[in-house]
Design a protein around this ligand. Structure first.
Ligand SMILES: Cc1cc2nc3c(=O)[nH]c(=O)nc-3n(C[C@H](O)[C@H](O)[C@H](O)COP(=O)(O)OP(=O)(O)OC[C@H]3O[C@@H](n4cnc5c(N)ncnc54)[C@H](O)[C@@H]3O)c2cc1C
Length: 378
């Protein structure tokens, strides 16, 4: 699919892959599977300039382009999951500030995020509001020179490591009682706490957050009151396709491992690769990955060209790439036989890591609903 990329983009893709091979693989060996965002990982990613992909050019960054973020996530995800998650969360937690922040907020937060000095996250989901964001109960009421915020958030990635977060809460307005606003919270604000660290199928820095009477100064409101829903959705529109890219990276790593295995493993007197049943599986796997890659790169290229109606492409990229890569990883485990299920085997880890991607940033079912809604409106 590299024919879709310019020479500069191909070079950047090689750079990402080399970084993953030379640096992230060593960190993966050092930390194993971890639910932390290791400081030396953050420092190395920052030194290599990856967080500058999330900073606009006017602030000294590389401009916020979807394709390079996709290429980096594709290269990182199969190698060291925390690196992929950290790049994604630095983006999800800073893009709302780029979209709606005032110059002071941008200066205060975006530059330190791009240097890796601040870790951030995006806190939207609640126990009663997952797919249905409008089920949100967290609420902020105007009080003096700010807001009083109460509520709770769940499944927040990098929520333990993050120093700041962008969050969303109801701020009823007279003309819109269900209005939602976006706020920047800083760890250490009285009333903001990590109520629980959550353990999931593959280690992931994941928490439940509690907001108990937090006083949020007015200067921490992002944009205008009532703009929260739009800010949340515009952010997801960019980052959704990058989830597809991460899935692709995981699927490709599983495929590579399976390809290596079937050439070596001998049964019935010959390598598995010589059986047609194996070859048919390999052909399907590589075709699925190529189709997924085409959809991911297409969505990113259209977004970077400034096409307005990119929502459908973003959802198709996320949906297809996560579902296809899940099937590829499953087949890779199958091709490994019993050793594919041994703890510590690459495909066993990838099998667990890929699962969440069909759920977060909008489940596969929700992506289908978005695609259908957009088609029906065209
Ligand atoms: C590892 C991980 C990391 C995450 N990180 C973050 C994060 O950093 N920040 C954040 O805010 N959130 C995060 N999330 C939350 C994630 O975005 C939600 O889990 C997701 O949106 C689904 O919501 P839910 O879990 O409440 O499922 P539900 O909404 O309860 O859905 C359950 C099932 O019902 C289906 N369903 C729901 N509504 C419909 C419908 N109308 N039609 C058909 N089917 C439907 C869903 O597709 C799903 O299969 C994370 C989740 C995970 C697992």
């Amino acid at each position: 699919m590299d024919f879709m990329l310019s020479e500069q983009e191909k070079q950047f893709k090689r750079f990402c892959k080399e970084f993953a091979k030379d640096k992230l693989a060593l960190l993966a060996e050092k930390y194993g599977e971890t639910d932390e965002a290791p400081r030396d990982m953050v420092a190395q990613m920052a030194a290599a300039g990856f967080f500058e992909l999330l900073l606009p050019e006017e602030l000294g960054g590389k401009g916020i382009k979807a394709l390079p973020i996709c290429l980096a996530r594709e290269a990182f995800a199969g190698v060291f999951c925390p690196a992929d998650v950290t790049l994604a969360m630095q983006g999800l937690g800073s893009y709302p500030i780029h979209l709606a922040g005032n110059p002071d907020q941008k200066k205060k937060y975006l530059v330190p995020v791009a240097k890796g000095e601040l870790l951030t996250t995006y806190a939207l989901t609640e126990p009663g509001a997952g797919s249905d964001v409008n089920g949100m109960k967290s609420a902020a009421h105007v009080e003096g020179e700010g807001f009083r915020l109460n509520g709770e958030k769940i499944f927040i990635s990098n929520g333990y490591s993050a120093n700041i977060l962008v969050t969303f809460a109801r701020t009823p307005l007279t003309d819109n009682p269900r209005a939602m606003s976006a706020f920047i919270l800083e760890k250490g604000m009285p009333g903001l706490s990590v109520a629980q660290r959550l353990e999931v199928i593959a280690p992931h820095d994941l928490v439940r957050l509690k907001y108990e009477n937090i006083f949020v100064p007015r200067e921490n409101l992002l944009g205008e009151m009532g703009q929260g829903f739009n800010i949340a959705m515009q952010t997801l529109e960019l980052f959704r396709m990058t989830v597809g890219a991460a899935a692709l990276g995981i699927g490709q790593a599983a495929f590579d491992s399976a390809l290596h295995h079937v050439k070596k493993r001998v049964q019935f007197g010959k390598p598995l690769a010589e059986f047609q049943a194996t070859q048919i599986k390999l052909a399907d796997m590589v075709m699925e990955l190529d189709a997924a890659r085409a959809l991911v790169y297409r969505a990113a290229i259209l977004k970077d060209r400034g096409e307005r109606a990119v929502g459908r492409h973003a959802s198709m990229a996320k949906l297809y790439a996560t579902e296809a890569s899940f099937k590829v990883v499953d087949q890779a485990v199958q091709l490994h036989g019993g050793v594919g299920l041994l703890k510590g085997s690459v495909v066993e880890r990838l099998y667990r890591e890929i699962r969440a991607l069909r759920i977060y940033e909008g489940t596969s079912e929700i992506q289908r609903l978005i695609i259908a809604n957009l088609i029906l409106k065209e």
